[in-house]
Ligand binder design. Structure first.
Ligand code: IMP
Length: 204
């Protein structure tokens, strides 16, 4: 029987790459306090890990968007369900994405952010499905190039599930997954989580 999915990026590999991206951002924005913006929900997992690898007084903010139904998907036009809490005018902004596929959504989002006149605007994505790109996009920070496969884990979902997988999986058959989403459950316990170290003596 074929596996329901294969591991594309291991937990350890992701951790190492996220640390490298954090180092690059720390160097590039030295002396500044960039605002890291994540698009809910997938990007939140990556953002949470990334900011802890950046040695700067960064700020974070979130947006939530939804695609319009009908024929507008190809334009990437989205409706903003939750806007940023802060004004980004004059700020150094880094948009943090879990995955860029066609890039249509991000391209539209960037145009709305540019209109707010940030001092600078850069993109950081963990995964880049570059083969599917439609509009040209400048991606300053890229974790991994991603094959044209449906992937889940580390923030990426299948019908809201499996965002909590510690690794990133390439699904073998989306039809089979749709039929029985539980086929990926065994991967939930397949991470390399370390057992907790012995408790430090209580200094209270
Ligand atoms: P784009 O506008 O085509 O770039 O769409 C990007 C969005 O599609 C991402 O933010 C994800 O929410 C979703 N997406 C694209 N590819 C995948 C995938 O392989 N797994 C899960 N979500 C995906």
């Amino acid at each position: 029987m074929t596996e329901a999915a294969t591991i594309l990026f291991e937990e350890r590999q992701i951790r190492r790459r996220v640390a490298e991206l954090g180092d690059a951002i720390t160097q590039d924005y030295a002396g500044r306090s960039p605002v890291l913006i994540s698009v809910l929900k997938g990007g939140a997992i990556f953002l949470a890990d990334l900011i802890r690898c950046i040695d700067l007084p960064v700020r974070m903010d979130f947006m939530s968007i939804s695609s319009y139904g009908g024929g507008t998907k190809a334009s990437g036009v989205v409706r903003i369900l939750k806007d940023l809490d802060q004004d980004i005018g004059g700020e150094d902004v880094v948009v943090v994405e879990d995955i860029i596929d066609t890039g249509l959504t991000l391209s539209y989002l960037l145009s709305t952010l540019v209109a707010r006149e940030p001092a600078s605007l850069a993109v950081c994505t963990l995964l880049d499905k570059s083969a599917r790109r439609i509009p040209p996009l400048e991606i300053r920070y890229r974790g991994f190039d991603c094959p044209d496969r449906f992937v889940v884990g580390y923030g990426l979902d299948h019908e809201e599930r499996f965002r909590n997988l510690p690794m990133i999986l390439a699904v073998e058959s989306q039809a089979k997954l749709a039929e029985d989403p539980s086929v990926l459950v065994p991967f939930l316990t397949a991470g390399d989580r370390q057992p907790p170290s012995p408790a430090a003596p209580d200094r209270a």
